[in-house]
Design a protein around this ligand. Structure first.
Ligand code: SF4
Ligand code: SF4
Length: 98
């Protein structure tokens, strides 16, 4: 499922539109949340989800793309990796809940 924007949380900052490598978002009116203009172009990289400052984006990955970062596989996070791992784990949890 392509990304879904919670328009109650979104502040129309445009970061998702800026970071998306596939130009999935359209952002005509810079005072309103972006639209999902090209949903079929999404390749589920997660950049929009990870960078949204308002946590307004939900993204449901196809089952085969689920990745669970685990210290059992990769060891404890190195210095500076904790925040990215926290975001990745939150992303995975948000996907698995749906
Ligand atoms: S990054 Fe988040 S807050 Fe900013 S425009 Fe996109 S959905 Fe809205
Ligand atoms: S997951 Fe990646 S490709 Fe899909 S809309 Fe977000 S930034 Fe674009």
């Amino acid at each position: 499922m392509p990304p879904v924007i919670d328009k109650n949380l979104c502040n129309a900052c445009g970061i998702c539109w800026d970071v998306c490598p596939q130009d999935v978002f359209t952002f005509e009116n810079r005072k309103e949340p972006p639209e999902i203009g090209y949903p079929k172009e999404c390749w589920y990289c997660g950049a929009c989800y990870m960078d949204c400052p308002k946590e307004a984006i939900r993204l449901k990955l196809p089952l085969q793309l689920h990745i669970v970062p685990s210290p059992a596989l990769y060891g404890p996070p190195k210095r500076g990796e904790e925040e990215n791992l926290r975001k990745a784990a939150a992303f995975t949890r948000s996907v698995i809940k749906e």
